[in-house]
Design a protein around this ligand. Structure first.
Ligand SMILES: [Zn+2]
Length: 493
């Protein structure tokens, strides 16, 4: 007879980890299967045993409280969450300080001291969320409703799950009295969703000494399961950065009955069409190379041939066309992308407007040089009546974090330990996060994330979506992943 855990693909030796059975539709039944590790041996994970059942219940309480605090940005009101976290931490004698550019938008920093033999680790999560269109939700977006093994709430995946994991990490480290080589710093930050001046910019510019660290762990990765088993763990090691521009076309205003060669609407349409048809140069980096190569190892033969092929200059052109049509998320990894998103032209059908405008959402590869890129764009558009106006780069470009670092190697080991049949995929985010500012300070940052099923990822309900939801059991898995990783890198021998 095989046990339920074995059926789900779990390594028999890892039975103590059967709490990680992820895909039961009811998290109650998942938790019922969990056992408590007790064997005290040499490794830090064994020296500091954790009662995961108790952690599951306790962390869920914090998580629900955070989700039920509406921190839609704007206006944010992150101070409410920051003071809640401060209270929980201080109840266990962990000093937690608030830092605020605006009193309603506080950031929280807590630190557990190590022996100083190694540099600190920063664990961060953002406390604000994007807004909602409540009519489009099947439940109250701030009710944290439990249904079918999921918790439905704005912020459940982005990013109050990571905030809860960071909080729980601090409590567990303190309670277990873990001896640390490194300080462990927890930053719950405001304003990630578009108002970084209150959050990460303020902390980096004004209070860097509070969060200076060698490594940082944050949002942006993701753990992906198929048929009851985790297939891969994406760790975000780098990201593209927004370098948007406005195109402004100018011409002579006049009567709609009299055609003019310098019609601003026509000029703008031509420019946008040129830009949309253009393929900027294809460029891979260490992360995207490793990503495609490792992805090929767990893909069907046909897919694997494509993922390997994209690394081969002779096949790239054919494969990028395939990606453009069938796998746009992979197409976006190959280049700095230029996507027209807004056009504004005209106000009356019989008036030629003097001006017309478009917005291009440009996402630069980490090593992109915006000035050079804008010059190339001007050459491409080739129309002196079109002005290219950069909106300003508010997240700095930064070098990818290393795949050879102590932290990345620890993350790989923890993936192997928790999900024996999964691979660790280093990944480049196409969207931007607060890791950009921290990486720009020289910190190596790695994004990790909750378990989601492939069906879930395709079906919506993700970050920023309507009915954003997390599998109840994913919260505990996220905490375990963080706990074991931090022990691996920070606990003293
Ligand atoms: Zn986020």
């Amino acid at each position: 007879m095989i046990s339920a855990a074995q059926k789900l693909g779990f390594h028999p030796k890892k039975m103590w980890l059967c709490v990680l059975v992820l895909l039961s539709t009811s998290s109650q039944s998942v938790l019922a299967q969990s056992s408590i590790e007790t064997t005290p041996v040499g490794n830090a994970q064994d020296r500091y045993p954790v009662d995961w059942q108790a952690v599951a219940a306790e962390s869920m309480e914090y998580f629900l409280a955070l989700l039920r605090t509406n921190t839609s940005n704007p206006p944010g009101n992150e101070t409410e969450v920051a003071t809640y976290l401060q209270r929980v931490l201080q109840q266990e004698d962990i000093k937690a300080e608030l830092f605020a550019l605006d009193p309603t938008r506080a950031n929280l920093v807590a630190r557990l001291r190590g022996n100083g033999s190694k540099a600190p680790i920063l664990v961060m999560g953002h406390t604000d969320v994007v807004g909602v269109q409540p009519d489009r939700w099947s439940v109250d977006p701030f009710g944290a409703v439990a249904k079918d093994g999921y918790i439905y709430s704005r912020g459940s995946l982005d990013d109050k799950d990571n905030v809860t994991a960071g909080l729980m990490l601090m409590l567990l480290l303190r309670r277990a009295g873990v001896e640390l080589d490194r300080d462990v710093i927890f930053l719950a930050e405001a304003g990630e969703e578009g108002t970084t001046k209150f959050g990460i910019d303020y902390m980096v510019d004004q209070h860097w000494n509070q969060i200076a660290s060698e490594f940082c762990l944050a949002e942006g990765g993701g753990t992906v399961a198929r048929d009851g088993e985790v297939r891969y763990v994406k760790i975000a090691t780098t990201e593209k950065f927004p370098m948007r521009v406005r195109l402004v076309a100018r011409g002579t205003a006049g009567h709609g009955s009299i055609p003019r060669l310098d019609n601003a609407v026509s000029a703008l349409a031509r420019a946008v069409a040129r830009v949309a048809a253009w393929q900027s140069p294809l460029r891979l980096n260490e992360t995207t190379r490793a990503y495609f190569s490792r992805l090929s190892e767990i893909s069907s033969p046909e897919e694997a041939a494509r993922y390997r092929g994209v690394l081969d200059p002779k096949q790239q052109q054919r494969i990028e066309h395939y990606f453009a049509e069938h796998e746009p998320q992979h197409y976006a990894l190959l280049r700095t992308s230029v996507v027209p998103t807004i056009m504004n032209a005209g106000f009356r059908r019989n008036v030629i407007p003097g001006e017309a405008e478009a917005t291009l959402d440009i996402r630069g590869l980490p090593d992109e040089n915006p000035e050079e890129f804008y010059r190339d764009l001007a050459v491409l558009i080739n129309d002196p009546n079109i002005e290219i106006i950069p909106e300003g780069v508010y997240r700095p470009g930064s070098p990818p974090s290393s795949l050879e670092s102590e932290m990345f190697q620890a993350l790989e080991r923890i993936t192997d330990r928790l999900f024996p049949n999964a691979v660790t995929l280093p990944s480049m985010l196409t969207a931007a996060t607060d890791m950009a500012q921290v990486r720009a300070q020289g910190t190596q940052c790695y994004g990790f994330g909750a378990v989601r099923t492939e069906e879930d990822i395709v079906g919506g309900g993700g970050a920023h979506g309507d009915d954003e939801r997390i599998m109840e059991s994913s919260l505990l898995t996220l905490i375990q992943y963080l706990w074991y990783t931090v022990l691996e890198v920070a606990a003293s021998e």
